[in-house]
Design a protein around this ligand. Structure first.
Ligand SMILES: [Zn+2]
Length: 335
């Protein structure tokens, strides 16, 4: 029996991709790789053959444990062309990665019932919704392989429009109210809700190998528009107890604190060179900020977003000595 197989090889030096169809007699000893095969880290370079001026590997070099959707995640989507068979197990490409590279956390700023209604019936959505009912349920609203509309105009480090590359988790929390002097007062999160979020995040992050620097608040990726999940969200607890996301080392922060005194810091705090340095630091760390050397409404919101995340006790948008030391400690730890 003869079967059709498609071989696709990437020309490594030129980054040119060429594909051609070949007719191959199946070898009696060859078969689809075992699905429980261990990934080989030190596999020798496979033999290469030439055909039509293109190099082909002579054996299946794919690591099925990384490339087969059936193992890595639940949803499998393949074409079903009429009259043909899609052969998936024999030629998984080595050159691939997950589209899901970010995990973004939000609060809904609504109660449970309205959260469900808005996220399922309106122009916004998220992959998951974590209720505050103290039960063991987490709602999935969008398939992980599809885009949910949760991030909006957004950026982090070199990436933009993070809906394309992220999983979004909405957490039911009413957000904030303004007090009599116009200060935002944020709602706390329920302990059982945080446990749920942690379990969900851990599962997603492990499956897609999402690095700590890509586990972000909505306010990190859209700081001029968004505050969520806000300063009551316990990022430090998630880091300490579940090894989720980023946090600075206390010693490193102290080292940077000791480089200045309150007096010396106050002296240069608002100088153009120092403000530029702070803004460059925020940009280097990941925030979408244009260094101008002066503080304005927009870039002060970036400072506020940074404080919501890493210095939640005081989030006044003012870069004091401690905020500056935390920023530097983070840049050092997550370059
Ligand atoms: Zn949000």
């Amino acid at each position: 029996m003869k079967i059709d197989k498609i071989l696709c090889i990437i020309g490594l030096s030129s980054l040119m991709i060429s594909c051609s169809a070949q007719r191959i007699e199946p070898q009696p000893t060859a078969g689809p790789p075992k699905t429980n095969a261990e990934p080989s880290r030190t596999a020798p370079k496979p033999a290469i053959t030439q055909s039509h001026g293109v190099e082909f590997y002579r054996q299946n070099i794919g690591d099925i444990t990384k490339n087969d959707n059936t193992i890595s995640h639940g949803s499998i989507v393949s074409a079903k062309p009429q009259g043909y068979v899609i052969s998936k197990s024999f030629f998984p490409a080595v050159a691939q990665n997950f589209r899901q590279r970010y995990l973004i956390l939000h609060y809904t700023a609504l109660d449970e019932e309205k959260s469900v209604r808005v996220l399922t019936q309106q122009a916004v959505s998220s992959h998951y919704l974590v209720n505050n009912l103290g039960d063991r349920e987490i709602y999935q609203l969008v398939d992980e392989n599809k885009r949910a509309y949760h991030a909006g105009v957004s950026a982090w480090r070199n990436d933009k429009n993070l809906n394309d590359t992220s999983i979004g988790i909405e957490i039911v929390n009413t957000g904030y109210i303004l007090d009599s002097v116009g200060k935002k007062v944020f709602s706390p999160y329920d302990e059982s809700q945080i446990k749920k979020v942690a379990a969900l995040v851990k599962d997603i992050v492990e499956r897609y190998q999402i690095p700590p620097v890509n586990i972000l608040a909505h306010s990190d990726i859209a700081p001029t528009r968004k505050q969520d999940p806000g300063p009551m969200f316990p990022w430090k607890k998630l880091y300490d107890e579940y090894n989720i996301g980023m946090w600075y080392d206390e010693e490193m922060k102290q080292k940077f604190m000791n480089e200045t005194t309150n007096e010396s810091f106050a002296f240069e705090q608002n100088s153009i060179p120092f403000v530029t340095k702070v803004q460059n630091g925020l940009k280097k760390f990941g925030y979408d900020i244009v260094p101008t050397g002066v503080w304005n409404r927009e870039n002060l919101k970036v400072v506020e977003a940074f404080q919501y995340r890493f210095r939640p006790e005081v989030h006044d948008g003012i870069v004091d000595r401690e905020t500056w030391a935390i920023l530097q400690a983070l840049i050092q730890k997550y370059p």
